[in-house]
Write a protein that binds this ligand. Structure first.
Ligand code: MG
Length: 203
């Protein structure tokens, strides 16, 4: 199982990090060990002083696919969840400055907690999904899938040109604006539409 993460998929988030607008989707990967097992505590890793949340919609791949066309892309996912692409922003900024890969900032153990999956059959239109992240009860991120620069079918199609998608893979679809730090004691709660489907206490 693998986790593919899209970067720079919302304009306002690109601006808040002073990044360039991509011409094609940008993606990177996290290994299976980035998943946080259920009821496993989440501790801030010792190697960062600036751990950021990035709340994102997460797609679950339902079958094997390669060179998937956009027209049929939605046949290759079966559920959607709220997840956090945790990022050691201090390490990422060092990597970006040197033009180095991001893995030490993004792909460490437990960096990809994902909440409960909801079947996509519950969503009449995948380009019309609201989601939000609350930190300690305050809304810090509000996203809408219709504001993605590259919509879900394009992401699936594009990734599958390079990498075979397999049943059980996850695709993080990018974060909207409002990313920020967490400290020990914070409580994160994720919602898709009005359904709370993610909760994490930062230890
Ligand atoms: Mg992200």
């Amino acid at each position: 199982m693998k986790i593919i993460c899209i970067g720079r998929n919302y304009l306002a988030h690109i601006k808040e990090l002073n990044n360039d607008l991509p011409e094609e989707p940008v993606f990177f990967m996290k290994p299976e060990s980035a998943l946080l097992p259920r009821r496993h505590p989440f501790y801030i890793p010792e190697f960062t002083r600036d751990l950021h949340y990035e709340g994102e919609l997460v797609l679950r791949v339902s079958k094997l696919g390669k060179h998937i066309s956009e027209n049929f892309a939605l046949n290759y996912i079966d559920a959607i969840a709220f997840g956090i692409d945790f990022t050691a922003r201090d390490l990422q900024n060092k990597c970006k400055a040197k033009g180095l890969p991001w893995e030490i900032a993004k792909s460490w153990d437990f960096s990809a907690p994902v909440g409960t999956f909801i079947p996509i059959s519950e969503f009449p239109d995948l380009s019309n999904i609201h989601f939000r992240l609350l930190k300690n009860g305050q809304i810090v991120q509000e996203g809408h899938s219709g504001r993605m620069i590259f919509p879900i079918p394009k992401l699936i199609s594009y990734i599958s040109r390079f990498i075979t998608l397999k049943q059980g893979d996850y695709i993080f679809t990018g974060t909207p604006e409002g990313v920020g730090p967490v400290v020990s004691g914070d409580l994160l709660e994720g919602f898709i539409e009005d359904k709370k489907c993610f909760q994490l206490k930062i230890m």
